[in-house]
Design a protein around this ligand. Structure first.
Ligand code: DOR
Ligand code: ZN
Length: 432
């Protein structure tokens, strides 16, 4: 199967966009060229006139919660990977807080088999760290297991690992990359005990006071200390504060970097002012912070202090988001609208770089994330709209059926995505 996409604006993330074309050969990119395509069309080749739309490498979302197995009333690999592909995300890495938790190689293997049978996008899975599964983490093959996930702060799924010694043991002599959810549970517990007596629990914005800046900074600093001490490769997920962004140097690429950082679209889009409008739809962990923090995150991404954008796609039913600040669950589905939203906010080249090139480099993903000849043809065609389109819940493909983006007017629309040139999804492979 060949596809010729011509009349496109090629946005590789590596160089300035140019008018050109791309030809696939089966699962791979065969050739990329500038201007008009003048060569022969392979027999049976599908020809796609991009009509000037942008052709980007498919986004690689290294932080999703697809809920399978065990929480399939919220989401399934089938539903969420379809939402991903519709949104231009052609590869994803899924987190271990499903039921049972992905803390054994057998549970990891089960997820790989489920994805092989049903995923529409390329897939990889992390292993979760507990105080008792060190041997399992050491035994894993990190050309297939994406990374080790550590929840330093409690969140959905009861996977907290905040005992000092257990944490130290995971970082010491760790062959895999360690990905942390960095919130200090002790600080959260102290603040909660202090504020609880006078708290208006019906006010969802209290969530951001209960999970304050200091909890994030303390945990990120602790993880960085451990990584520096043991030489562990560390990736800090969903950074939310200006103070944390200052802990990272600026770099064009995460290749060869020992410590890397991630930011999520919801923290780039919203701040505590938005609770009044969106309520529990933007209740997540870590919580949204001030407008100044949000601005610092945007700037840190432009400067390359933060390496990648990943959604933390965390579907829940709207019914589960009801109740007071202690009962409405945390997390929101974002995978379907992350790419258009990022294109609304940032230059196309920066978007392609931080959503495709850099995730591939950070996790050492084999031959993906770039528009390069010989790489897999994971592609997305995105049109810039003359008139903004207002997103509604009715277009959501995630099983939960809603999006915090409802009511948001976007200037971009995903026209079409190709996963391996349209030949179907594959397991991601990682280079050490
Ligand atoms: O808000 C969140 N929801 N943060 C997390 O860390 C987990 C996620 C979930 O799984 O629902
Ligand atoms: Zn998460």
């Amino acid at each position: 199967m060949n596809v010729l996409i011509h009349n496109a604006l090629i946005v590789s993330g590596e160089e300035a966009p140019f008018a050109g074309w791309l030809l696939t050969d089966g699962a791979l990119i065969a050739r990329i060229g500038r201007g008009e395509y003048v060569g022969e069309r392979p027999r049976g080749c599908e020809v796609v006139d991009a009509c000037g739309a942008m052709l980007l490498p498919g986004a690689i979302d290294c932080h999703v919660h697809f809920r399978e197995p065990g929480l399939t009333h919220k989401a399934t690999i089938v539903s969420e990977s379809a939402a991903a592909v519709a949104g231009g995300v052609t590869s994803y890495i899924d987190m271990p807080n499903c039921v049972p938790t992905t803390t054994t190689l057998a549970a990891w293997e089960d997820k790989m088999q489920r994805a092989e049978a049903s995923s529409a996008a390329n897939y990889g899975f992390m292993l979760g760290a507990t105080s008792g599964n060190l041997a399992e983490l050491q035994r894993a093959d990190y050309s297939q297991v994406a990374a080790v996930k550590v929840f330093m702060g409690s969140s959905t799924g009861n996977m907290l690992l905040d005992e000092r010694e257990a944490l130290r043991a995971v970082f010491a002599d760790q062959p895999g990359r360690v990905v942390v959810h960095a919130e200090d549970q002790r600080i959260i517990n102290e603040v909660t005990a202090r504020l609880r007596p006078t708290l208006d629990v019906a006010d969802i914005s209290a969530h951001s006071r209960l999970r304050p800046v200091e909890a994030c900074v303390a945990a990120t600093e602790r993880a960085m200390e451990l990584a520096a001490h043991y030489g562990t490769r560390l990736h800090v997920a969903h950074i939310t504060t200006a103070a944390e962004t200052r802990l990272f140097d600026a770099a064009d690429s995460p290749a060869g970097r020992q410590i890397t950082g991630e930011v999520s679209p919801h923290h780039l889009l919203w701040c505590t002012d938005d609770y009044a409008r969106l309520g529990a739809r933007i209740k997540m962990n870590p919580a949204v912070k001030s407008a100044a923090d949000r601005e610092a995150l945007r700037e840190a991404l432009r400067q390359g202090r933060l390496d990648i954008v990943a959604t933390d796609h965390a579907p829940h039913l709207l019914g589960e988001k009801e109740g007071d600040v202690f009962h409405a669950v945390s997390g929101a589905p974002m995978v379907q609208f992350s790419l258009p939203t990022m294109l609304d906010m940032f230059e196309p080249t920066l978007t392609a770089h931080r959503m495709a090139n850099c995730p591939a480099e950070l996790f050492g993903i084999d031959r993906r994330g770039f528009l390069r000849e010989g790489y897999y043809a994971d592609l997305v065609l995105v049109e810039r709209l003359a008139e903004p389109h207002t997103i509604t819940d009715s277009e959501v493909l995630s099983l939960c059926g809603w999006t915090p983006m409802a009511g948001y007017a976007t200037r971009h629309r995903v026209v079409r995505s190709w996963v391996n040139g349209g030949t179907g999804a594959m397991a991601l492979r990682f280079r050490g």
